[in-house]
Design a protein around this ligand. Structure first.
Ligand code: SAM
Length: 182
């Protein structure tokens, strides 16, 4: 699972591209590896997490960048995002959608937090390909690509693109979508 999440995060990092001077939100940052990489690349990083344990681990890992006000990690209620409207240039999230209690509401709130013209990239194991054995259905909700794209469009995103990743298992897919310029 650790290898799978690294591949999803690495694909998100490729898709988000040049981040120096940009603000990037990582939803469900876990141990904070992607937060650390984004900050090293010059981004101001916002993070939203439901787990206090993960918040503590990621805070420890990113303590210098937090002290320099380059990283701001917050606990969320799991549905909405604890940051202001239009407060980020990009959002990344990897292997988190399975746990969201209300994915439609969370994607809609992502649209609120993302500035117009900003992109969301979301990496996940897609139900179309048959999810890995470790994704116990009593814990992980899995979604087809059609379901995720539909939710993104209902949330207000446009220009949705989807794909896989080199050297990743076939189930690992990504979607990228834009918050329209109004
Ligand atoms: C499988 S881990 C992935 C962590 C990290 N994104 C990575 O790829 O290494 C899922 C993470 O999402 C967090 N999470 C689950 N539901 C969430 C939600 N509704 N909002 C924010 N974070 C959530 C969990 O606490 C956990 O840290």
């Amino acid at each position: 699972m650790v290898k799978d999440t690294a591949l999803g995060n690495d694909r998100n990092l490729e898709l988000v591209g040049h981040v120096d001077g940009q603000t990037v939100l990582d939803l469900g940052f876990g141990q904070g590896r992607t937060v650390e990489i984004l900050a090293e690349r010059g981004a101001k990083v916002l993070g939203s997490e439901v787990s206090r344990t993960m918040l503590m681990q990621a805070t420890r890992r990113n303590r210098k960048a937090i002290a320099n006000n380059m990283v701001d990690l917050r606990l969320s209620d799991g549905v909405t995002i604890p940051f202001d409207t239009n407060s980020t240039d990009a959002i990344v999230t990897a292997h988190t959608i399975y746990f969201w209690p209300d994915p439609q509401a969370t994607l809609t709130d992502m649209c609120r937090v993302l500035r117009p013209g900003g992109y969301l990239t979301l990496a996940f194991n897609c139900a179309d390909e048959g999810v890995p054995d470790w994704m116990d259905p009593s814990v992980f909700s899995s979604y087809t690509m059609f379901e995720v794209i539909k939710m993104l469009e209902v949330a207000g995103f446009v220009d949705v693109e989807a794909g896989g990743a080199k050297d990743a298992p076939p189930a690992m897919r990504w979607v990228r979508a834009k918050n329209p310029l109004v």
